[in-house]
Design a protein around this ligand. Structure first.
Ligand code: AGP
Length: 614
């Protein structure tokens, strides 16, 4: 996915666009570009690679102040990450430019048609087709009509910014299945951006465009239209509680480390105000499901990708144990292509930090068609999933900039545990006392993590020299901790590029144990829980084969030190809270190893923060 940004107003365009792109670089960083209008003509700079390459080109000293323009940071989907394929893309005249996030699925046939009409292309991208298509429909000065006509020909997803010399005071913003948010500048001016952090240095007043809506932006006005009908529509300005600092690193070396340490607050912000510890009553006002709706539910599908799928796996244990409703967990890209036995008695829960993951989005649309009620567990207000679901349980983790998800994950677990308590109350499956006990455990885990984080980071730093140059890594866990083994493996592989696999501990002897030798490090989660003895047996099997063990266990369990020297102790907490607590050392281990290996922790190679393409 890519990041787009635009501005028209009294501010100078170059600093605004470059600052916005800096805050969107986590969305993709294969190339970047900027365009602005100066003395009636478009001035464009584009550079392959990181944004810093573009910044080096744009020498403000030689730029007379311009006050309208667009910017783009790219995660390549069609065409290699080269300068020629970098956005903005122009039409033949060079008087119209577009920046785009999404995929034009029928771009090939459109390109052929336009070539036959004499258009000349300079890139391999799907996006360039949009510039020529708008040019094709441009007659007179009706830019809006030309954009609307062009987009009726387009199949696919887009968040689009358009600038034309024929309307030197106007930007056009359009969205369909890709995120796009508008900003209202206090000093009079209008912004467009793929995500909120790009706006935060300038304004907290935002407007969320819906799919198939078009906005006409000038320095002093914002007008909205239905893309299909052309009828004017109205959108309200919302105030974002995030400030620019929250989206900054806050003194930490990387966003990821900052976000690991923000987890206690993220959990508190997600839980607070939603559970009354006196009565055990859980309130989830945005869920928008009536007691009747919930009484009808006899099955739950949890759908997600990546780390969010790991959260779903933990939630399965919780919901089935405490609520007694069967839960199916699907990776979204599998869910949408298998035969789904879904009807109106099924509740589908989409879990997504971004709320824009294409496969998860497609999954809920399919489930909705089959009659399922939809709720989403999401971290981004106004994201597409939250507007298409029947209800939302927001994780109030704040902006998560590091590509590797950390605070959003533990906030998802907190939200899913709350959801479990809520369902248990609605289904009369969990009594008041038990809800109070579990609610207390959830509230309490944040303070425990806050206390343990500094010590764990120091102890893990001391381990890193022994493990940072490993070629492979296994993570094992049982029950509630099996998904955390998967999550620890994903964290390590996605930021350190070490091949890592998570396994159910009991599964080791069914094949993977063949991998064990004195070279193979294994991180085992062995809290004193209901399956402790079984987990210890698995650990002994590994030790017997000279495997290198790191054990995460319960403070006071001295037996663990008879097995290995590398033991990380964690406090005894309510067994249901182990998945949240044991995630922390797994995240820190991945982070410290990646740093020791000199990896780009916040922007790992080949990845993007939100995968809005299929
Ligand atoms: C997590 O560290 C990864 N970056 C990735 O697996 C991510 O969890 C996945 O792409 C799902 O994203 P979402 O939660 O925004 O839907």
């Amino acid at each position: 996915m890519c990041g787009i940004v635009g501005y028209v107003g009294p501010r100078r365009i170059v600093p605004v666009v470059l600052e916005g792109l800096r805050r969107l670089e986590y969305r993709g960083y294969d190339s970047a570009g900027i365009v602005y209008l100066q003395d009636g003509r478009l001035v464009k700079y584009r550079a392959a690679g990181k944004l810093s390459n573009l910044e080096a080109m744009v020498d403000e000293a030689i730029v007379a102040p311009s006050h309208i323009g667009l910017g783009h940071t790219r995660w390549a989907t069609h065409g290699a990450p080269t300068t020629e394929n970098a956005h903005p893309h122009s039409d033949c005249s060079g008087n119209l430019v577009v920046v785009h996030n999404g995929i034009i699925e029928n771009y090939h046939s459109l390109r052929e048609e336009l070539l036959a009409k004499g258009h000349r292309f300079s890139s391999e991208t799907d996006t360039e087709v949009l510039a020529h298509l708008i040019e094709e429909y441009l007659s007179g000065d009706d830019l809006v009509a030309a954009v609307r006509k062009a987009l009726t020909r387009v199949e696919g997803s887009y968040a689009l910014g358009v600038l034309w010399t024929g309307r030197p005071d106007t930007l056009i913003a359009v969205r369909n299945h890709s995120p796009l948010v508008l900003g209202v500048d206090d000093e009079s001016g209008s912004f467009l951006a793929s995500d909120i952090p790009a706006l935060l240095p300038f304004t907290k007043q935002v407007i969320f465009l819906e799919d198939l809506e078009l906005a006409v932006l000038t320095a002093s006005s914002r007008t909205f239209y239905s893309l299909k009908t052309g009828v004017e529509i109205f959108r309200v300005v919302k105030t974002i509680e995030w400030n620019a600092a929250m989206a900054e690193k806050g003194g930490y070396r990387h966003f990821m480390l900052k976000e690991i340490f923000e987890q206690p607050q993220a959990i508190i912000n997600t839980v607070s105000g939603r559970i009354d510890l006196e009565t055990g009553v859980v309130e989830l006002p945005e869920i928008h499901l009536s007691a009747e709706d919930l009484r009808e539910i006899d099955r739950i599908f949890l759908v997600a990708c990546g780390t969010s799928w790991h959260a779903a796996l933990v939630a399965k244990y919780w919901i089935e144990h405490w609520v007694g409703i069967p839960v199916e967990v699907d990776i979204a890209s599998e869910f949408r292509y298998r035969k789904l036995l879904i009807n109106e008695r099924v509740l589908t829960v989409a879990i997504s930090q971004s709320g824009e993951t294409a496969d998860t989005l497609a999954g809920i649309r399919l489930a909705k068609k089959l009659g399922s009620k939809i709720i989403t567990i999401c971290n981004v207000v106004g994201s597409t999933m939250t507007r298409e679901a029947d209800g939302t349980v927001y994780t109030h983790a704040g902006p998560e900039i590091g590509v590797a998800s950390t605070k959003a994950f533990t906030a998802q677990l907190a939200a899913l545990f709350l959801f479990t308590l809520y369902l248990g109350e609605q289904k009369k499956a969990i009594g008041v006392e038990k809800r109070k006990e579990l609610g207390q455990a959830l509230i309490g885990i944040a303070a425990i993590i806050e206390t343990e984080l500094p010590r764990l980071q120091e102890e893990i730093k001391a381990l890193v020299d022994s493990y940072y140059d490993c070629r492979d890594f296994l993570f094992i866990g049982r029950g509630l901790n099996f998904p955390i083994a998967l999550e620890g493996a994903l964290k390590l592989k996605e930021i350190s590029y070490i091949h890592a696999e998570g396994y159910a501990a009991g599964e080791l002897k069914h094949g993977p144990i063949a991998l064990i030798d004195k070279e193979m490090p294994v991180l085992a989660l062995v809290p004193r829980d209901a399956v402790y003895q079984k987990s210890i047996s698995n650990v002994e099997e590994i030790k017997a084969r000279q495997g290198r063990l790191i054990l995460l266990g319960t403070q006071g369990d001295s037996h663990l030190q008879t097995i290995t020297n590398d033991v990380l102790y964690l406090p005894q907490v309510h067994e249901e809270m182990n998945p949240i607590l044991y995630t922390i050392p797994a995240q820190l281990l991945a982070y410290e190893i990646a740093v020791r290996r000199g990896c780009d922790v916040d922007q790992p190679r080949n990845l993007a923060k939100s995968v809005t393409v299929e």
